[in-house]
Design a protein around this ligand. Structure first.
Ligand code: C2E
Ligand code: MG
Ligand code: MG
Ligand code: MG
Length: 289
């Protein structure tokens, strides 16, 4: 039941007791509390250069230690944050925290931060990013923003102006979850992406070049190469998937085959043992036999 350590309300959540609306209202209150008193963390998943197996950077992923429900997935609380507008504050916190952590890592390491469509629609976003970079004294080229296709649902001229403003700030841009959203290739023509992230749904279980997923990955890679963009295969879990995305020419790989998202302390420790990544885990071992 409700526990109060002087840090605000902690709610009792029993699935049957609350309607969806009530559940969201309670989550919203607890998220506000987490922003003020702590509870949010960024975890960092290594991104590996396929050809050299060097760690080139990390993707920052939000984690929330909920006071009564334990670790909660961003898939659950990001939508609530978006509906309530709280994503603006959470997103700014994530940008500032990522820049702060990045400042303590080698210059060759980058960090990618996910930016929600609501943040992208905020004209103040370039200034928020500039301030976060300046506060941490980090080179803008070390920060990558991950944006999903849904930003293209908004007005063309506004979207275009935001892309230009972000490039003027000097950050890198990645198109996240490519192929799952509102897909029109038209926007790739003008949007200044540095990287396309191939969604896990195409990568998972893809082991044969001639399979449907293999064909989709190959065509995304050739499109990206023609446009001068890098590619990251997301969610690579097995050695067979790694072999395929390597053969198909994905420039970068991210997935449990190398590392899970790591706490900032473990990520820092990980960098001190060197930048070489090693494919491993039970599935790597099983596939290797
Ligand atoms: P995403 O940006 O596409 O992030 C990749 C997700 O795949 C992460 O889930 C990551 O933990 C997971 N993943 C990585 N490798 C593997 C793998 O080998 N196998 C499997 N099964 N999963 C893998 P996570 O951390 O639960 O995040 C889910 C989504 O929440 C993210 O998808 C992103 O859309 C959103 N999110 C996370 N952090 C933030 C944030 O700071 N801001 C915003 N706006 N959204 C965020
Ligand atoms: Mg992402
Ligand atoms: Mg993704
Ligand atoms: Mg996603």
């Amino acid at each position: 039941a409700a526990k109060d350590g002087g840090r605000g309300r902690h709610h009792f959540y029993a699935a049957d007791l609350h309607s969806d609306a009530e559940e969201r209202r309670l989550l919203e209150q607890d998220l506000r509390d987490a922003l003020t008193h702590g509870g949010l963390e960024l975890h960092y998943q290594p991104v590996v250069h396929t050809a050299t197996e060097r760690i080139t950077g990390f993707e920052a992923l939000l984690r929330w230690q909920h006071p009564t429900r334990g670790w909660m997935s961003p898939a659950k609380f990001i939508p609530v944050a978006e509906d309530t507008g709280l994503i603006a504050q959470i997103g700014e916190w994530a940008l500032r925290t990522a820049c702060h952590d990045l400042a303590s890592w080698p210059d060759s390491v980058r960090v990618a931060v996910n930016v929600s469509p609501l943040q992208f629609a905020n004209p103040a976003l370039p200034a928020i990013i500039t301030n976060a970079l300046a506060a941490a004294q980090v080179d803008p080229a070390r920060l990558e923003l991950e944006i999903t296709e849904s930003v293209f649902l908004n007005d063309d001229a506004t979207t275009d102006a935001m892309f230009k403003a972000l490039k003027r700030v000097g950050v890198r841009l990645a198109l996240d979850d490519f192929g799952t959203g509102y897909s029109s290739l038209g926007y790739l023509k003008n949007a200044p992406f540095d990287k396309i992230k191939i969604d896990q749904s195409f990568v998972r279980g893809a082991t044969i070049a001639g399979s449907r997923n293999g064909a989709i990955i190959a065509s995304i890679v050739s499109l990206a190469e023609a446009l001068g963009m890098e590619t990251t295969a997301e969610g690579v879990e097995t050695l067979d998937e790694l072999d395929l995305v390597r053969m198909l020419g994905c420039s970068h790989v991210q997935g449990y085959i190398y590392e899970q998202p790591l706490s900032v302390a473990v990520a820092t420790q990980r960098l001190m043992t060197g930048l070489t990544a090693i494919a491993r885990g039970p599935r790597a071992a099983r596939a290797a036999r």
